[in-house]
Design a protein around this ligand. Sequence first.
Ligand code: SF4
Length: 351
Amino acid sequence: MAAHFVNISGGKDSTAVYLLALRRGRPFRAIMADTGHEHPVTLEYAAQLSERTGGPVVEMVRADFSAEIARKRRYVETVWREEGVPETTVERALAALVPTGIPMLDLCLWKGRFPSRKAQFCTEYLKERAVFDTCVGPALETGPVVQWLGVRRDESRNRAQAPFTQRVRFSDRHDMVLFRPLIHWSADNVFAFARAHGMPPNPLYLQGMGRVGCFPCINAGKVELAAIGRRHPWAIDRLLEYEAAVMAASKRGIATFFAADKTPQGAALVKKLKRRAIAETQGAHPDLDPESKEFDRERRRRLSDLCNDAEWPGADAVFRWAKTARGGRQYDLLSWSDEGLSCSSQYGLCE
Ligand code: SF4
């Protein structure tokens, strides 16, 4: 018989999936990957699922990057020094490369950067792998597994084509079936279903949060950031601490939690530096074809140097911008329209 696992995030969709699995009346395990970067309320809410419903206790799993950080230290000590990286940079990185036990921060220390929309490695390492390595993978050694996922098609373009069920085959283990019972549900359906089963929403939804996974998510929108800045200023301090640590661990000495072009000023700077890199490449290599690979390589090298010297908006600047309207020129006291947020996990682990 297949073992059933319900992935929990502390958000509305995984709550509905948990309640659906309970209604089915057969045993299942509920698993949540704790990134160390959730709001405490979200962890508390996940714990209450069992208390309020009598269902299974939500098991917490945490990724551990101690081994990766130890490997990175050895790399810094040897390869960076061989490459001629300044000793102050090496010493700074070695001082920063110490596991903190906070999976999100340790992952970024190891990588020497924060995840981004294009390189969203956080979902994979902090959630998908953590759940698979500790629970689902071992279960697949003894029999098939069904993973219940809180994915809805109307959430984002990324999930618009997600199938209802999906079989995943392994050469050395049993099959796994990904089951997405909410695929045709709307957000209203999900909230109403939970309400009908006596489960109130995670309180963070009532405070203007669109999603309640990481606090905040790297992809958080302006409205949500404004709400966080207003109600939970400690979250900004936490990000500033992360930024200082990851900056110290990175060879370039740059690291911002949010994308460099999150604010209008950052976006303008990105454009300016891109234009400058092209102009400098043309000036230095007038004979190179702008469409050629050589030109592109040189342009990228120059852009990288320019980016190293630029001043990028840190988390504090992003939160200041979130309080403004009209392209960041005015403080916005009135506008609270919703803004689309999108995490791309097809597993629905990033709610
Ligand atoms: S919620 Fe956002 S920051 Fe957290 S793992 Fe998912 S994509 Fe990354």
